[in-house]
Design a protein around this ligand. Sequence first.
Ligand code: GLN
Ligand code: ZN
Length: 769
Amino acid sequence: MAKATNLGFPRVGVRRELKTALEAYWKGSATAVELLAVARELRARHWALQRDAGLEHVPSNDFTLYDHVLDMSCLVGCVPPRYQWDGGVVDLDTQFAMARGRQVGDVDVTAMEMTKWLDTNYHFLVPEFAADQTFKVSSTKVFDEFEEALALGVVTRPVLVGPLTYVTFGKKAADSVVSNGDLIARLTPVFIEVLQRLAALGAVWVQIDEPALVLDCDEADKAAARGFYDAVRACVPSLKVLVATYFDTLRDNAAFTFSLPVAGVHIDLCRGEGQANTSANDADAVLDAAVALAEGKVLSMGVVDGRNIWRNDLSVSLRRVERAVAALGVESVFVAGSCSLLHSPVDLAAEGKLDEQLRSWMAFATQKLGEIKALSRPRAEIGGELAASDRVQADRRSSTRIHDVRVKARVASLTDDMARRQSPFSVRRAAQRAAIALPSFPTTTIGSFPQTPAIRKARAALKRGELTEAEYSAAMEREIQLVVDFQHEVGLDVLVHGEPERNDMVEYFGEQLSGFTFTQNGWVQSYGSRCVKPPVIFGDVSRAAPMTVRWSKYAQSLTTKPMKGMLTGPITIVQWSFVRDDQPRQMTSRQIALAIRDEVVDLEVAGIRIIQIDEAAVREGLPLRRADWPAYLTSAVTDFGIAASGVQDATQIHTHMCYSEFNTMIGSIAAMDADAISIECSRSKMELLDAFASFKYPNEIGPGVYDIHSPRVPTVAEIVALLVKAVEVIDPRLLWVNPDCGLKTRGWAEVKPALVAMVQGATELRALV
Ligand code: GLN
Ligand code: ZN
């Protein structure tokens, strides 16, 4: 029998209890004591769940109030000076100021930069390293949680973000010459102090997450990491260290990782090269290579996919576990999720409305614990589970709900021309200028306006049957009217309808496309208290009828200014969904590209002259290894082209991307050939624009001039300063003025003054340039 283990469990709770508690605390309607009580209750519940599932290694410190990377920054005392931390234990409010900014009285500090955790939709707060950065133990959270679990009878495996990963994903001050190696060396004594204390408290194993090891790694960084693990071995010899890697295979870092002086290594057996669904052969080869290297170590096998909702094929996985056990011995094999289960929804049992067949194909975090346990047991004991799993797999392979011959035929008949606009940008630009009158530095927004309680109430009432379709429509039209009036009042140039009818930019489309299904409670943490509920793509995708035309048409009827149509692009829909694992992802996004293309053409026919296809998630879908980029990017560019190119030259296509570091893929963004792109820029103080400037990005561009993730209202002066910076690097004739992203998560109280300031900033810029 191998050991059943887990790398991490979702924090938010099956009813998103943590979200409710956090937001009440931030609003001032709950005390810190109340917030911490909810957090404690969630931890206790999740530990019990894992223990009762029979897991032998249950994690602690995987819980966090906001973000586990922020927790690391607090643990090692890496708090930027602007938070005026007193150098003691990092208190709750300092921690939340780092996460969300702070604007009280005359205190006005911005939040730390936030970016996606490798290729997931989970966001972490980017550590900031000053040139003279020092570290010291500054939080007791990891110890407190270990003791808390101990008091409940569970000896947990504390989880820490490893130094290589922490440093790799941090950000150094511009004037800093400090290397990753220097930082790792400075962190080492702090980690050792933490590990010694954990050992003293009774920890046997500790899990050090090093997903940076699945990336292309620098030799000097690897040498520094080895120095760290050597030191740990020397100073805390009694503690068993599991180095956990995930989200891809180790490839050329495998020999290095397995040569570290640690007790065990965790590998992800669910993801593989090219981000295609790992075929049986790939995973077998990866496993064989790992087994050969794992001599004398524990091999932790990530066989249960932590990032998807499909039931495990137990027969396939069990064969792999048996192979490893035969080679290494039962004592040296751990069965685990591929990564932390943080990236899956909590419990399938909370789904009341899923149809039985679809439900029978799925497993959420709670169900995955059962799969992990089953796979740790001898074959003879799990005959029933194996037979049930085989039935599910056979059912999925043969289901007629999955395969649509018309969709497959249409994809097969695609030509190269269909992925290109009719004319080059210069020609289109002239046609668009003639068709759409705009000032220099045109102002616009990214699409959504505040999703007010009234809007959400109307949608809920429609779902409950308390509002008729007609009443709901009328309510949405009133919202659109409000948003249009407001934009007139503020003086924006290109208007939007505000997206009131959209619960979510992916779900809204998924609901109208075939091949999608939805959960009621399948929430996954995105950042802080925010969760997303990804749709599930289970079959071939097609569009039965126009999805957005009526709203855009109505909105355009209220104004003579251009009304921008608003769509979500194929890569983003795939990236923010749970994707079927029975065909390559590229095939799924190609089918969606065709559906979006039809919608773009219908919008044009309805008189919409500017259409934005949001591709917020292109960067996060980028494979982790450079070797895999070309295939992904070529496919993404083609998908965007297919979606965008059904229209005439005079129709202006926009795209929008959030949080992206563009350097690595600027050529592909240019190849997407959107007439205009808006990007998230303000938290990086326009640094992101440099990639566009040095590439001489040829098309129009709107760098975000204020951060919409923080409730903080920007000043006109700040906005002008950012725009002046932008004008220095981008041809002013190509520049748009817009916020970083959509406004749906903000309140009107912030949005109004912020947009007034933005339009004022654009006006001042016009006078300056
Ligand atoms: N159009 C969307 C909105 O404004 C874009 C959101 C996004 O990029 N995440 O909400
Ligand atoms: Zn965005």
